[in-house]
Design a protein around this ligand. Structure first.
Ligand code: SAM
Length: 198
């Protein structure tokens, strides 16, 4: 994955040491995120017992995936990520959910990434991942490719840093083909937005 040197937020997702330190820091904040993950689970238009197939974009070690697997007792999740180190950590941390998730390694900043993932999915979700690509054009392109991975009747929810603005990103979701595009939670710097495929 491209390494971007930016003093406010430098990431090195390919480094085992960086990933392990990031995960340790993130563990201290997991309780705060649970509220947002629960809201995401409730927005998904499926019963808790539904046999849904979910895609988590930039899944990391699977914090959101794990939450959804516990919430939807018959659900399965494909965890997409560009970092082998994150996938290794995720497989370890989700050992008790073996058989209900798998990792697909690919870089969503590269056009055509969605062809590496066998869909479609009842839901595509993402948590603080897509902003990592930085380029507005690439975020917009990711929304377009994501649309092709969603089943009719399904939805896409993205909890992320809103750069560019929430309003712009909501328009990109509409342009991609999503309907009933909404902001479900707005925390200023971060927001939860999404849309449905009809
Ligand atoms: C801030 S972490 C969030 C991980 C997880 N979604 C969570 O909420 O804990 C960002 C994740 O996005 C992944 N990522 C960053 N750029 C990516 C890219 N171009 N393609 C695929 N994954 C990427 C990183 O490897 C990392 O796992």
């Amino acid at each position: 994955m491209p390494k971007i040197s930016d003093p406010w937020d430098h990431h090195d997702w390919d480094s085992r040491k960086y990933v392990s330190q990031w995960a340790d820091r993130q563990d201290l904040r997991e309780a705060d995120r649970e509220k947002t993950f629960r809201l995401m689970a409730k927005i998904l238009p499926y019963d808790k017992e539904a046999r849904i197939n979910v895609l988590d974009l930039g899944a990391g070690y699977g914090a959101l995936a794990q939450f959804l697997l516990n919430y939807f007792s018959n659900g399965v999740v494909v965890c997409q990520d560009g970092s082998e180190e994150m996938a290794k950590l995720g497989r370890k941390r989700m050992k008790c959910l073996k058989g209900r998730f798998k990792y697909v390694l690919c870089d969503f900043s590269k056009q055509g990434w969605s062809r590496k993932i066998k869909g479609p999915f009842e839901a595509v979700v993402s948590s603080i991942a897509i902003h990592n690509v930085r380029s507005p054009d690439i975020i917009r392109a990711i929304y377009c490719e994501t649309f092709s991975l969603v089943k009719i009747g399904g939805c896409f929810l993205n909890f992320d840093r809103m750069t560019p603005s929430l309003k712009i990103q909501m328009n990109w979701l509409r342009e991609a083909g999503f309907e009933d595009v909404k902001c479900f939670w707005d925390g200023g710097r971060r927001a939860l937005l999404g849309g449905f495929k009809k």
